[in-house]
Design a protein around this ligand. Structure first.
Ligand code: FES
Length: 142
């Protein structure tokens, strides 16, 4: 089977040290199921992960669209505060230390950021940014 390549957004849709979420749809066992992912940018590098914390299976952005810690140096789970390396998805602190986010292969093709090798379903309209209304950089004070 040819490798699936699916453009999810333009490179400039993600701030240079930002992250956005999408709910795509993938085919699995004859069914179409939601496939929520997060896309994190570090300058010219993009990393994508399934938006599911290995601790309790919750979405990472407990507050929708909020994937990163204050310094934008790590992915943070909004539920219990687990921290994950942006480049590897490895949990470095928190209740699931040692676990890893599920990586989604991503490439940049020209100006498009593309998901590779996932059997995505396009026809049901789920391929939209999830947090259109949410600022891509959120700086909050505690
Ligand atoms: S569900 Fe993510 S740290 Fe608990």
């Amino acid at each position: 089977m040819a490798e699936e390549i699916f453009a999810v957004c333009h490179v400039n849709d993600v701030a240079k040290r930002g992250a956005i979420g999408f709910v795509l749809a993938r085919r699995e066992g004859g069914k179409t199921i939601p496939f929520p992912i997060m896309l994190v940018r570090q300058g010219k590098s993009f990393h994508a992960y399934v938006n599911r914390c290995p601790h309790q299976g919750s979405r990472i952005d407990f507050q929708p669209g909020h994937f990163l810690d204050q310094g934008h140096r790590a992915i943070v789970c909004g539920k219990h505060g687990a921290l994950f390396e942006i480049a590897t998805g490895a949990c470095t602190d928190g209740p699931c230390a040692g676990a890893t986010l599920e990586k989604v292969p991503v490439i940049v093709d020209g100006e498009d950021v593309c998901i590779v090798g996932v059997d995505l379903a396009e026809e049901d309209g789920l391929d939209r940014p999830e947090n259109d209304e949410t600022p891509q950089i959120m700086i909050t004070s505690d």
